[in-house]
Write a protein that binds this ligand. Sequence first.
Ligand SMILES: [Zn+2]
Length: 142
Amino acid sequence: MTNLVLDAPGDPTADLLRQFGAADPRLQMFMQLIRQRQPASPAEPQGSQAALDRLTARSERLREVCRALRARNDYLASALGACARCWGEDEECPLCDGRGAPGAFEPRPDAFEACVVPAVRRQRVAVARSEPEPVSDGRRPA
Ligand SMILES: [Zn+2]
């Protein structure tokens, strides 16, 4: 049978047990119960390192998501002629002093063509579908 308590070299508890008669099986069982309640110290650094690795990987993924969203925000703001930093919602914005709402600046033509034009086309179709049918003489009903 392995003597778990006394197998720990340099452990002050093991030294103490040797002094007080480690041959007593009741004392051995008592010490084993105490050991089982304590976290295994060698596992802590590994667990901490694994947790740190997970957090680092998650942080890097979030950083990537943030970079992608920032790029999309900047592109859409340029398509709409808005301040990419605040969209005109921050009077203390160093770029626009809160005057950068959509349409405040000249839109970037290629971004406008790619983002806004298809949306406007779709909106026109939706509006046309929701309008009542014109009467036979070409006038709309009252
Ligand atoms: Zn701004």
